[in-house]
Design a protein around this ligand. Sequence first.
Ligand code: FEO
Length: 168
Amino acid sequence: MISDKMTEALNDQINKELYSSYLYLSMSSYAAHIGLPGVANWFYVQAQEELSHVERFYAYINSQGQRVILGAIEKPESDFTSALAMFEAALEHEQFVTGRVNDLVNLAVEERDHASQIFLQWFVTEQVEEEENASDIIAKLRLAGDQGGGLFMIDKELASRVFTPPAP
Ligand code: FEO
């Protein structure tokens, strides 16, 4: 069984993951609204991924005989200025989430909670990928341009992303 302190920290992370899903859903809708269906698709898939992260924390807390306590989810931003601005905000948010995951690992180490350390390793790896994905798209948008033909091409590429539930 994990400690109450660890449970509280993991519950807080569920809230952050739900907020992430909210934020990306909001970005998806904005992108659709400004005529970027590929960007909208990419963020919609990202929102689904975040829900799969929630499920992972949810299952772990339950498996440890503790309870999931849900809190209010902060209202996400709903207006964005461009595709580039959205991906920059997404990267910044993922860097914040990485910091939270690192805090959780630090707590697990402090508490000599080996089960949670092992559980959290998946998220440590996942965060590297999440930051890399956003950074790659930012680099492309900066290179090809955040408007006109360059943006059209990138939007087309982002339309192909599909949600695949992460491996256990
Ligand atoms: Fe669940 Fe994007 O971190």
